[in-house]
Design a protein around this ligand. Structure first.
Ligand code: GLN
Length: 320
């Protein structure tokens, strides 16, 4: 590496440090923070004042702010890792069972599922993620599949301290009537191989993964580095597959708020109702943000603002 490159790299890191501090300070003061998910007690009890953000660069530099080391429920962000794992197992055959179009509907909607004969629009709405969970389950026991998902996330994060929050998983199972309706509809349309309760067990457990922004930023690094772990050079998925997952995050990662997110932030990202967002800046960095209050689409209100500020300040966008 040339000396001038090191100086340039150091300047970027210094600028990032300043930008994250600015974002943290500004958003910590914000009073309008959205509404914390309240469909299960463990999420309803989360303090809406929490705010964390972490950026990991390809050389492994981690720059974080606020509550970036505190674990939260990743919820639908887990769909990115489940999809990656399912593509690794079955390849493009999965696209016979799930589409690749934005739905323009809320994450838990069943309207299109009936109209479109049990083929969910994409793997990031709940119906699509339930099909992916079914693919991962194949003929295994739910416990083995859940273990496989956790181990995969631990391996891409290079961090063993990642677990499922059993309280969240149990609460999801007890209240997941809408997801049960989706699973039963999928089964009725012959797009579920396994018993709905088993598939839902897997899906609800993957949603209950607890991770910090720092761990999530590390876990998403391979998607920003063309499918490789940029630190070890180890390939996790092909370049093409990484591009396609990023394309789906861009078009479907925020449900019926995906267009607005692309317009405001301009990089692929996936949200979860726990208030987290994982964003990918191809060739540069992986970013995770957490603010529990949600907007009307179920996406983190201040998390989106934070990413908008970060990408604008750093001049990051996939749109040129
Ligand atoms: N566990 C939630 C559900 O299944 C996940 C939804 C989300 O994060 N958008 O409804």
């Amino acid at each position: 590496m040339k000396c001038s490159e090191t100086i340039k790299g150091n300047k970027v890191k210094q600028r990032l440090r300043e930008v994250l501090d600015e974002i943290g300070t500004e958003l910590q003061k914000e009073r309008l923070r959205g509404k914390v998910a309240d469909y299960i007690p463990p999420l309803a009890q989360v303090d809406p004042a929490k705010f964390g953000m972490a950026v990991m660069l390809h050389d492994g530099t981690l720059i974080s702010a606020g509550d970036a080391a505190e674990k939260f429920s990743v919820q639908s962000i887990s769909k990115v890792f489940a999809l990656t794992l399912a593509l690794g197992k079955r390849g493009d055959a999965i696209w016979h069972r799930v589409g690749r179009e934005p739905s323009g509907d809320p994450f838990n909607s069943s309207i299109l599922l009936e109209l479109e004969k049990g083929i969910p629009r994409n793997p990031f709405i709940n119906a699509g993620a339930i099909v992916i969970a079914d693919i991962l389950l194949s003929s295994h026991q739910p416990r083995e599949t859940i273990g496989e998902i956790v181990r995969f996330v631990q391996s891409v994060s290079e961090d063993d301290d990642i677990f499922i929050d059993e309280f969240v998983a149990r609460a999801e199972d007890h209240t997941g009537f809408n997801n049960a309706a989706l699973a039963n509809l999928l089964k009725a349309h012959k797009n579920l191989d396994n018993a709905p309760p088993h598939v839902l067990g897997v899906y609800h457990h993957q949603c209950a993964l607890a991770m910090s922004c720092e761990q999530l930023a590390r876990a998403g690094l391979f998607l920003s580095a063309s499918g490789c772990n940029p630190l070890s050079g180890h390939r996790i998925i092909s370049v093409e597959r990484a591009r396609r997952i990023n394309a789906l995050m861009m078009t479907c990662g925020h449900y019926d708020g995906s267009g607005d997110f692309a317009f405001r932030v301009g990089v692929p990202a996936k949200s979860g109702v726990g208030g987290g967002i994982l964003a990918v800046v191809p060739g540069i960095a992986s970013v995770a943000v957490w603010s529990p209050g949600l907007n009307q689409h179920g996406n983190s209100m201040l998390g989106t603002r934070a990413l908008e500020m970060l990408c604008r300040q750093m001049n990051w966008s996939v749109f040129g």
